[in-house]
Design a protein around this ligand. Structure first.
Ligand SMILES: NC(=O)c1ccc[n+]([C@@H]2O[C@H](COP(=O)([O-])OP(=O)(O)OC[C@H]3O[C@@H](n4cnc5c(N)ncnc54)[C@H](OP(=O)(O)O)[C@@H]3O)[C@@H](O)[C@H]2O)c1
Length: 335
């Protein structure tokens, strides 16, 4: 029998701290595998801001809320240890939506499970330059924000997992990149390591005033934050600019909808297009994105800084660090 240790959602969290008040660690014998299921010995867990929405009781989110008492859901990378689906044989290295657990049990068709390329030297890159944050950055920058060479691309939460990849995708496509992040250290990372031309510390600077100095205005905005940052960018967009709404982390610490934008008038004044997108809708196109992402990774033009934590028992600390801006780059937990 296989023992499964997992994090259970007991109550809906309030805020983005003290998650131990709302989730608890449990242990059980894994039940017998049901038809079509695949069991994975988890080696790495991905910490993703979007999963905070799953903990909320809101029924108007992008998927139904996770029921209280359920195992917490998250992206996992690990090896198949038992399989009732011949497409995922024992021993295969796989990635998909599983559980915050040492052993995850999934139905492949429902969880985006896929066998990953074992020639990648650093397995963390399956959550980094080759993972869903990278797909999000690629689709958001190239297709939704439709950035063109020479245009200004602004990115919020720019030093985080998705944002740091969006900055580099934009730079690789020939855009001039403006990164907005919290703190001088993150701004240095943006300019010195990611090729960002203008870095704005939203905690210490007036974002709207800094953007007002951008010649010609912002052509494309990859927004991970919403709220006051979106309000600071909208009046500084160029005419016919595009806003790719990737995330609204400014509202993930409450169950109330994020108000605004207060400067919605600028959508008309500047003839803007605003479009939300959700990467699970694009999972079937993953294979199409991979050759370009892999080429950039191998060429060193899509780099990821990893923030690594060890041990299932430390997942909540890693998750909180990511949500509260104390991490840079991609937060992963090694089991
Ligand atoms: N649409 C999709 O399919 C999709 C897919 C993946 C991710 N996302 C979105 O991408 C965003 C980033 O997610 P991630 O997993 O890559 O996490 P991440 O960027 O690595 O970490 C979150 C970052 O957000 C910033 N932040 C937190 N609260 C903020 C606030 N109130 N105002 C401004 N910045 C704040 C923090 O950086 P600072 O220190 O700079 O504040 C923090 O490091 C989220 O909004 C997520 O929902 C969307």
């Amino acid at each position: 029998m296989t023992l499964c240790r997992y994090w259970r959602l007991d109550r809906h969290p309030e805020g983005n701290t003290e998650f131990a008040r709302f989730l608890s660690l449990h242990e059980e014998q894994c039940p017998a595998l049901a038809a079509g299921e695949v069991r994975i010995a988890v080696e790495w867990l991905s910490m993703d801001a979007g999963t905070r929405m799953w903990m909320s009781p809101r029924t108007d989110g992008y998927q139904p809320p996770l029921p209280l008492g359920a195992k917490m859901v998250g992206l996992v990378l690990g090896r198949v240890i038992a399989s009732a689906d011949p497409a995922y044989p024992e021993g295969a290295l796989v990635r998909g939506f599983g559980q915050w657990a040492n052993v995850a049990t999934v139905v492949p068709a429902l969880t985006g499970l896929e066998i990953v390329d074992e020639t990648v030297a650093d397995p963390r890159q399956h959550f980094g330059a080759l993972g869903m944050n990278a797909w999000t950055a690629y689709v958001g920058v190239k297709e939704v924000a439709a950035v063109q060479p020479g245009e200004w691309l602004a990115v919020s939460a720019a030093a985080g997992a998705t944002g740091s990849l969006a900055c580099q995708v934009g730079r690789n496509l020939g855009a001039r990149v403006i990164g907005i992040a919290g703190g001088a250290e993150k701004c240095r990372y943006l300019t010195e390591e990611l090729g960002v031309e203008i870095a704005i510390d939203y905690r210490g600077e007036d974002v709207e005033a800094r953007l007002a100095q951008v010649t010609g205005g912002v052509n494309a905005f990859f927004d991970n934050v919403g709220g006051p940052i979106l309000d600071a960018v909208l009046p500084n967009m160029a005419h016919y600019g595009r806003v790719a709404v990737c995330g609204m982390i400014a509202g993930y610490d409450t169950d109330a909808p994020l108000p605004g934008p207060a400067r919605f008038d600028q959508v008309l004044m500047r003839r803007l297009r605003i479009e939300g997108f959700f990467i699970p809708d694009f999972l079937e196109r993953g294979a199409e994105f991979m050759p370009q992402l892999r080429a950039w990774l191998d060429a060193g033009t899509l780099a990821v800084r990893f923030d690594e934590t060890q041990g299932l028992e430390n997942v909540l600390a890693a998750y909180e660090r990511m949500l509260t801006g104390r991490s840079t780059g991609k937060v992963v937990v090694r089991l």
